[in-house]
Design a protein around this ligand. Structure first.
Ligand SMILES: *Cc1c(COP(=O)(O)O)cnc(C)c1O
Length: 230
């Protein structure tokens, strides 16, 4: 993988890009948290982040994340990949947040596992805001039932919504529309359910400026920091 110096320079470039995107839409860079995505890279990627003062990373596979967790200290982990229900017990307690609750069944399982070990688990509801058959997530229509279920779960802390835009190279308007939809949905759900839903996790290396313009509070960035995954 790349050297720490290259990573550090990528991180600087990325922060500049975030600042510019924020400037363009009247937001403050502090409103947008960077979540480096270390998936497919060795534990060195996590150590690079720590060395640069970033102590929160995203992983999309449970096994891979747990193995890196065993080799590091002082890092918060967020699960950003689809969670299979047979892995819920391994995840609850090991991750600071699960961004990918995408079915009522999964909400119930994470609630039950959290209750069992008496912890409160921070979660985001994953919404398939781009209506993409290749993506997981609640449909826009089902999101209100999902939020009902999550809010009535004693051991879940519902912090917001997450989406992944459909992959359409060369046409960022698709991503832009997806992010705008998620932002509207947050407004609507926040009003109907009387909750804040402070976080909008949206935007990756190639569409982060669009996501920031639509109100993203967390961008999940892999390749712009660590290079192309093979
Ligand atoms: C891999 C991944 C990312 C990072 O993607 P890049 O294009 O490499 O920045 C972000 N979010 C999710 C859910 C991912 O699986």
């Amino acid at each position: 993988m790349i050297s720490y110096e290259e990573f550090s320079s990528n991180l600087n470039d990325l922060r500049l890009k975030v600042s510019k995107a924020c400037e363009g839409c009247g937001r403050k860079p502090e409103e947008v948290v960077l979540l480096p995505v270390t998936k497919n890279w060795p534990v060195d990627a996590v150590e690079y982040c720590q060395k640069a003062g970033v102590f929160r990373v995203g992983e999309n596979k449970v096994q891979e994340a747990l193995s890196k967790q065993a080799q590091t200290d002082g890092v918060s982990w967020e699960l950003i990949g689809h969670l299979q229900s047979n892995k819920v017990n391994q995840v609850v307690g090991a991750f600071a947040r699960i961004q990918t609750l995408d079915s009522i069944k999964l909400i119930k399982k994470v609630q039950a596992a959290s209750e069992r070990i008496d912890c409160k688990t921070s979660i985001l509801l994953q919404i398939n805001a781009g209506n993409d058959p290749a993506k997981f997530g609640f449909s826009m229509e089902d999101s209100k039932f999902a939020l009902d279920e999550a809010l009535s779960s004693s051991h879940l802390r519902v912090e917001g919504l997450m989406t992944i835009a459909p992959y359409v190279p060369d046409d960022l308007s698709v991503a832009q529309n997806t992010f705008a939809k998620l932002a509207d949905l947050r407004e609507a759900l926040s009003a109907s359910h009387g909750v804040e839903l402070k976080d909008l996790s949206m935007g990756m290396s190639d569409d982060l400026a669009e996501a920031i313009a639509c109100g993203s509070t967390m961008i999940r960035v892999g390749s712009a920091l660590f290079g192309q995954r093979s």
